[in-house]
Design a binder for this molecule. Structure first.
Ligand SMILES: Nc1ncnc2c1ncn2[C@@H]1O[C@H](COP(=O)(O)OP(=O)(O)OP(=O)(O)O)[C@@H](O)[C@H]1O
Length: 280
C-alpha cells in the first residue's frame, strides 16, 4: 500500500492511473499566512474524468489548496499546472483563458443576494462572453437551472427565497454556466439533510458522467466519499499524506485515516452505500 503514500513515506513519485491524463498537477506546494505554514511540500495529481474527494481535519488547508489551484492564493513555493498550463505568474489574459474552462461552487454557494438565480448564472457568461444577446443569456441560464435539478420557475427567484438545497443547486448552475471541463466543489453537501445530500451527490455523479467532467470535491461527508468519489486525497501534516481509493486508504495504518474511515460514522457510510447498491 505504500505506493499511495506521498512525500517522505514513499518518495516523490505519485501513483499513475492507467487511463486519464493529469488535469491538475501540484508539486512542492508551500502556502503560508505570515508565520503560519498551511502547506509544505504538498504534491497532488488529479486525473481527467475522475471525482477526487479531498478530506482532512478542519484547518488542514483544503480550501486554501483549492484557492491556490484556481489562482486566488499565491503560493510561497511550488508549481501548479492545470490543463498542462502553469498557474504561477500568468498574465491576466492567459489566466482568463484557463478560468473559462472550469466552474466553481464555493462553500455556502456564494450567490449574489441582489441577483435572481438566472442572473447569478449569467454572471460568468457576461464576464467571459460579454457580447451574448440578452435572449441567449436567458436561454443558457434557463437550461443550466434545469440541468442542476431546479424547477424552471426558480430562475426569477432571489437566493433568499430558496431552501439550502436549492441554493446549492443554483450555485452549481452558475458553476456549469461556461460548460466547464473541470468542476471545483467546496463542501457541496454541508448543511443539507441526508436526503438532500444524497440527491446532490447523485446529481454530481450524473453530471460528471454525462458531461465527462473532472471534479475536485472538498468534503467532510463520508457518504459522499463512498457514494461518488473515484479516489480520495487525505490532507494532514501540511501535505497530501495519501491518495487512493477508499479500499486502498483503508489498507494503510495511518491513525487519522483509520479513525476517519473506520470509525462509527465511516462504517455507517459503508453500510448505507451497500444497502443502496443492493436496492439498485
Ligand atoms: N486569508 C487567510 N488569512 C489568514 N489565514 C488564513 C486565510 N485563509 C485560510 N487561513 C488559515 O489557513 C488554514 C487552513 O484554512 P482552510 O480554510 O483551507 O481549512 P480547511 O481545511 O478548508 O478547513 P474546514 O474543513 O474547517 O473548512 C486555517 O488555519 C485558516 O485559519
Amino acid at each position: 500500500m505504500s505506493e499511495i503514500f506521498h512525500g517522505d513515506d514513499a518518495g516523490e513519485t505519485l501513483p499513475e492511473l492507467a487511463d486519464g491524463e493529469t488535469i491538475i498537477c501540484v508539486r512542492g506546494l508551500k502556502n503560508a499566512f505570515g508565520d503560519q505554514v498551511v502547506h509544505e511540500g504538498l504534491d497532488l495529481d488529479v486525473k481527467k474524468g475522475e471525482i477526487l474527494g479531498v478530506v482532512g481535519g478542519s484547518g488542514t488547508g483544503k480550501s486554501v489548496l483549492m484557492r491556490a489551484i484556481i489562482g486566488l492564493q499565491k503560493p510561497v513555493e511550488g508549481e501548479i499546472t492545470v490543463f498542462g498550463e502553469s498557474m504561477i505568474d500568468r498574465s491576466e489574459d492567459e489566466a482568463t483563458a484557463i478560468r473559462k474552462r472550469w466552474g466553481i461552487l464555493f462553500q455556502g454557494g456564494a450567490l449574489f443576494s441582489t441577483l435572481t438565480v438566472a442572473e447569478n448564472v449569467q454572471v460568468p457568461l457576461r464576464e467571459f462572453y460579454g457580447s451574448l444577446s440578452p435572449q441567449l443569456l436567458d436561454e443558457i441560464a434557463a437550461y443550466k437551472v434545469v440541468m442542476s435539478g431546479l424547477p424552471a420557475d426558480a430562475g426569477p427567484k432571489y437566493p433568499a427565497e430558496l431552501s439550502g438545497g436549492m441554493k446549492k443547486r443554483a450555485g452549481l448552475a452558475r458553476a456549469l454556466a461556461l460548460d466547464p471541463e473541470l468542476l471545483f466543489l467546496d463542501e457541496p453537501t454541508a448543511g443539507l439533510d441526508p436526503i438532500g445530500a444524497a440527491a446532490f451527490d447523485e446529481l454530481t455523479s450524473e453530471l460528471q458522467k454525462t458531461l465527462g467532467l473532472t471534479v475536485f470535491l472538498i468534503t467532510h461527508d463520508l457518504d459522499t466519499l463512498y457514494a461518488i468519489c473515484d479516489r480520495v486525497a487525505v490532507l494532514a501534516d501540511r501535505k497530501v499524506i495519501a491518495v487512493g481509493t477508499i479500499d486502498e486508504l483503508l489498507a494503510t495504518d495511518h491513525e487519522w485515516i483509520q479513525e476517519y474511515f473506520n470509525g462509527p460514522r465511516g462504517r455507517a457510510a459503508i453500510a448505507t452505500v451497500k444497502k443502496n447498491r443492493a436496492e439498485g
